[in-house]
Design a protein around this ligand. Structure first.
Ligand code: HEC
Ligand code: HEC
Length: 172
């Protein structure tokens, strides 16, 4: 990250930004999503689904949803996790020794799964604060104004609120 100062601001309104992202997520569903992607799920995805959700929407507190993340971001991140360049305690042993081809298949699978907004009530005031802060801090220049992400930049739209807050706390 190149915007450490922005993290502090973002942390204060983590919830609102997520709500903004969730709103922006509607209509962002990848065209390729649906039955075909689900049918093509690599066998190992069953193991990942225990934490990241069978549909790529995490059911684990502080666990990231993977649905609709850019394929390149997922590939890069999985390689970094496998090589212990991004150590994650919960992921220990999950992809040790998994080959590049399988990592590419997993990344492709999750990138094609449709996204959806996190369930629950929406705080309109927080949403507007989040929009203003994200705009002031230029978060959309990298993550795109829709927060769908770009090849190397993660999707924020539709991500779990608690996971985003956790990221802000770690990175600020
Ligand atoms: C035991 C639960 C668990 C299992 C099983 C698991 N993960 Fe994870 N994974 C996590 C947690 C928790 C994090 C986030 C930790 C953090 O950053 O604090 C994570 C992070 C990730 C990330 C980074 C996401 C991001 O947005 O930065 C990717 C990609 C990922 N996991 C993919 C996988 C894949 C693919 C599998 C199956 C091979 C898998 N995980 C299995 C718990 C799990
Ligand atoms: C200069 C480009 C850039 C800007 C501006 C930027 N980001 Fe990022 N962001 C990235 C990149 C690249 C990553 C992935 C880093 C990695 O994988 O190590 C990232 C990661 C993240 C993550 C972790 C997501 C995940 O799934 O692991 C969050 C949350 C995030 N950014 C939020 C923000 C917010 C909020 C702002 C504005 C305050 C912002 N970013 C501004 C490039 C940017």
């Amino acid at each position: 990250m190149t915007v450490p100062r922005a993290w502090a601001a973002a942390l204060r309104v983590a919830a609102s930004l997520t709500l903004f992202g969730a709103a922006a997520a509607s209509g962002q569903t990848p065209a390729a999503a649906g039955g075909a992607a689900a049918a093509a799920a690599p066998a190992r995805a069953a193991q990942c689904g225990a934490c990241h959700g069978v549909d790529g929407h995490s059911t684990l507190a502080l666990g990231p949803s993977l649905a609709g993340q850019p394929r390149v971001f997922l590939e890069n991140t999985l390689i970094m996790i496998r090589e212990d360049l991004r150590p994650i305690a919960a992921m220990k042993g999950q992809i040790d020794g998994v080959g590049d081809a399988e990592i590419v298949a997993l990344a492709d699978h999750y990138s094609r799964l449709p996204t959806r907004a996190e369930a629950g009530p929406r705080d309109e005031a927080a949403l507007r604060r989040g929009e203003a802060l994200a705009s002031r801090n230029l978060c959309g220049t990298c993550h795109l104004p829709s927060y769908a992400g770009q090849p190397q930049m993660p999707r924020l739209a539709g991500q779990r609120q608690d996971y985003l807050a956790h990221c802000f706390a770690q990175l600020r």
